[in-house]
Ligand binder design. Structure first.
Ligand code: HQG
Length: 191
């Protein structure tokens, strides 16, 4: 698959699993899973060049670990016929992802556009259009996220340690993203 097609496919699959399953013709369970076979059909309907192999590649090699897949065995390369797929984070549709026990760094970061700063200082970080707030583990990654919203991103430092002490759950999702319900202003400072 060439770069542009890869990106197109990845974007569509992200969108279908996070935001518009119904429009894509797939059904998610409460935890966000859909059968791989349904997704493969949906993808093929959208892009006739996208087969199961292309889809498997996009899912398995995503740089941010955006997708999770069950029923894939590393040793033999076997894939179960009832294999399922879901987005690891980013949902706007209502899903309940199971808890994770990966360690959470003491400090996390959130990149955003300067126009949001006053309101974030007032109300804290809110999930806005998604189910959760998304945090990054490095300043560089946060800047990258913030750049999606404007040219000169600002970065908030999040006291993840204090949040967890106060029983506010934070979960690692994918390879470099952390999610939480919201972040009150008390845990935030500008970098
Ligand atoms: C802002 C990408 C005003 C918030 C990324 C952000 C991420 C407020 C925007 C994932 C606010 C929401 C999600 C408040 C929050 N007042 N603005 N009180 N609270 N905001 O796109 O975190 O590449 O929904 O700062 O890497 O930018 O797609 O969230 O600017 O992990 O896999 O409201 O999407 O991942 O924007 O990005 P978004 P996000 P992928």
């Amino acid at each position: 698959l060439d770069g542009p097609r890869r990106r197109q496919l990845s974007k569509f699959v992200s969108g279908a699993l996070r935001h518009f399953p119904e429009d894509a013709g797939i059904e998610l369970d409460e935890a966000g899973w859909t059968p791989f076979a349904s997704l493969r059909t949906a993808v093929k309907r959208k892009y006739d060049w996208a087969d199961g192999k292309a889809l498997t590649g996009v899912i398995a090699t995503d740089p941010k670990g955006r997708f999770e897949r069950t029923g894939v065995s590393d040793e033999s390369g076997t894939i179960a016929t009832d294999s399922r797929v879901r987005a690891a984070y980013g949902h706007s549709v209502d899903v309940t992802l199971d808890a994770t026990d990966d360690p959470v760094p003491a400090t996390l970061y959130h990149g955003t556009a300067p126009r949001n700063v006053a309101s974030i200082r007032e109300d804290g970080l809110q999930p806005m259009g998604r189910q959760t707030v998304h945090l990054s583990e490095s300043v560089a990654a946060a800047r990258e996220v913030g750049r999606r919203h404007g040219d000169t991103p600002v970065v908030f430092v999040v006291d993840a340690d204090a949040m967890q002490t106060d029983d506010r759950r934070i979960a690692k999702r994918g390879s470099e993203t952390y999610t939480t319900d919201r972040v009150p202003p008390a845990y935030l400072s500008l970098l």
